[in-house]
Design a binder for this molecule. Structure first.
Ligand SMILES: C[S@@+](CC[C@H](N)C(=O)[O-])C[C@H]1O[C@@H](n2cnc3c(N)ncnc32)[C@H](O)[C@@H]1O
Length: 265
């Protein structure tokens, strides 16, 4: 593609963040790169309306990556990116959220660099930032949270290996990605390491998408509340006093709408 909208180079792989779901949260740079791509390799969390930006003539490869259902293993994705770039194509590797936050973008960049290929990273709005904004939870707050921690709750050998002592500290917000399957373990460990049972906690599913749902609870009762609500991945667990601000915002919104208190909408 020629012309002033052409910002991409042949033989280069662009690791592009697609944001948390709402297509309006895509960056201008991401949109322009997708529109000029000749090959796009995308993950399952990239929304349909974003995929519509891919030119009809471009090669599309679905790389999958739902929990336990990887259409392509990571080493094959790396090899594919290398092969597409070596063909001299304008390649976009499109990932949900931000490529460098629990997105394995680092491994893909290293594989491309090891192959002597060019790679450029385009940041996206990570799910935590999208979810916080969407439900009115300020992830940091001068009075409540001076530290913000992102962690992965991905189960490995049926357990989660995190620094529980650090995560149970006061005056911080903890956001756990991929943690729904380990919610019981996470809450149990945090309680065992001294986090008070009444600490506000929420699970938010599908943040910024039309299917956004969630529950507010506390760390002592979150697993039961989530199981009752039947929440599924993709979801984030948010823990800390700032969650109460989001809950108050949801209550105010319900009152304004003339409804009773319900789950996060
Ligand atoms: C493999 S990680 C990718 C994270 C992504 N790179 C980012 O920066 O948001 C996938 C996890 O991100 C979280 N996630 C992604 N999009 C989400 C959304 N719209 N709402 C809630 N959680 C989301 C979920 O925890 C999901 O299991």
């Amino acid at each position: 593609m020629e012309g002033e909208r052409d910002i991409s180079r042949r033989g280069c792989v662009y690791l592009v963040g697609a944001g948390p779901g709402d297509p309006e949260l895509l960056t201008l740079k991401a949109a322009r790169l997708i529109e000029s791509a000749e090959a796009v390799v995308y993950d399952h969390l990239v929304g349909k309306s974003i995929l519509k930006l891919i030119p009809a003539a471009a090669r599309r490869v679905y790389a999958g990556k739902e929990a336990g259902n990887h259409a392509l293993p990571q080493h094959e994705i790396n090899q594919l990116l290398v092969a597409l770039a070596r063909e001299g194509l304008r390649v976009v590797r499109l990932k949900g959220g931000d490529p460098f936050i629990f997105g394995r973008g680092g491994e893909e960049m290293q594989a491309l660099q090891a192959a002597g290929l060019r790679c450029e990273v385009v940041p996206g709005i990570t799910a935590a930032a999208g979810a916080g904004a969407a439900v009115g939870i300020p992830l940091t707050h001068r009075e409540h949270a001076q530290t913000l921690v992102f962690a992965t709750g991905h189960l490995k050998d049926d357990t989660v290996d995190l620094d529980w002592e650090a995560l149970a500290r006061p005056n911080q917000t903890v956001v756990i990605y991929m943690g729904l399957g380990a919610l019981d373990i996470i809450c149990r460990e945090l309680l065992a390491h001294g986090l008070p049972a009444g600490t506000p906690a929420a699970v938010i599913h599908g943040a910024t998408t039309p299917g956004q749902r969630g529950v507010y609870s506390s760390i002592g009762t979150l697993p039961a509340a989530v199981s009752e609500a039947g929440l599924r991945p993709p979801a984030l667990i948010v823990i800390g006093d700032v969650v109460a601000i989001g809950e108050a915002a949801a209550q105010a919104a319900c009152t304004l709408a003339g409804q009773g208190m319900g789950p996060v909408q």
